[in-house]
Design a protein. Structure first.
Length: 118
């Protein structure tokens, strides 16, 4: 499966962005999906995950209550709504997919840069 992330950009602290990730697969609903991020000089970290039907989600503590992951299986797309953004959220954001475990996905998108200014 190929993944294409979009929606990154420059936003002021306190603002919002919505990232999208389109998947090229006929079996989109069979994949669990995740968003990860990598800040400059830091390791890549898990941000959010969603299971096959979207009924179960999980978030890193650092984004809980501010970010929302969702998916549209009819559109083969996963979203990450990011509210109340902070400068610490500045990173390249990656979407990822796997058949069963969104913490250790086998498929990765190319990343989209989010920059939050103070």
């Amino acid at each position: 499966v190929q993944l294409q992330a979009s929606g990154g950009g420059l936003v002021q602290a306190g603002g919002s962005l919505r990232l999208s990730c389109a998947a090229s697969t006929r079996s989109f609903s069979l994949y669990v999906l995740g968003w990860f991020r990598q800040a400059p000089g830091k390791e890549r970290e898990f941000v959010a995950g969603i299971r096959w039907t979207g009924g179960s989600t999980n978030y890193a503590d650092s984004v809980k209550g501010r970010f929302t992951i969702s998916r549209d299986n009819a559109q083969n797309t996963v979203y990450l709504q990011m509210n109340s953004l902070k400068p610490d959220d500045t990173a390249v954001y990656y979407c990822a997919a796997d058949r069963s475990n969104y913490y250790t996905p086998n498929y990765w998108g190319q990343g989209t840069l989010v920059t939050v200014s103070s």
